[in-house]
Design a protein around this ligand. Structure first.
Ligand SMILES: [Zn+2]
Length: 172
């Protein structure tokens, strides 16, 4: 299993709802968690089905220290209050951008046992969920950055302390 990279059009498909959580889907999701955990710098915090070439509606997302699997996820409501996030994506390596996203959201999904869950998310959890939800609709964070005329950066190396060095990317 590998992460599909932009500009692969597999990242642009709209995923289909899942009728039944099969053992095969659970196995795929578990492999996605392993794959995401293998990214340490930058850290992988989520992965959507489209990023491994699948077309079913699900993703995995880091929540605290562990990963949750979200089948048929939906965002029920977005807070009017927004926050600027510095965002990256495993499918768009070395590129970063500023996005405005809701600080609080209410979400719905089915867990690995098919149990329906509704909850409120905030901060990093809310950001990850919004980012992964976008993937399931064929949207990438860079689309938001361009629309919102936010800043885009690329990593050009490391400083002596081992931190990333960012350089602004100029667009036409
Ligand atoms: Zn992503």
């Amino acid at each position: 299993m590998q992460v599909v990279k932009a500009p692969d059009l597999k990242l642009r498909i709209k995923t289909k709802p899942i009728k039944k959580v099969t053992p095969e889907l659970l196995k795929t999701a578990a492999e996605m968690v392993k794959l995401t955990e293998s990214f340490k710098d930058p850290e992988g915090v989520g992965l959507a089905s489209t990023q491994v070439g699948r077309d079913e509606k699900f993703f995995i997302a880091k929540s605290g220290k562990k990963f949750i699997i979200c089948f048929n996820p939906h965002i029920l409501s977005y807070s009017p209050k927004k926050k600027t996030y510095f965002e990256g994506c495993l499918s768009i390596p070395n590129i970063w951008g500023e996005t405005e996203r809701s600080t609080f959201i209410t979400v719905k999904y089915e867990d690995e046992k098919g149990k329906k869950i509704t909850k409120k998310l905030q901060g990093t959890d809310a950001w990850i969920f919004q980012h992964e939800m976008d993937h399931l609709n064929g949207t990438l964070f860079i689309d938001h950055v361009l629309k919102q005329k936010g800043k885009i950066y690329k990593t050009v190396g490391k400083d002596k302390a081992g931190s990333d060095i960012f350089e602004p990317v100029k667009l036409l």
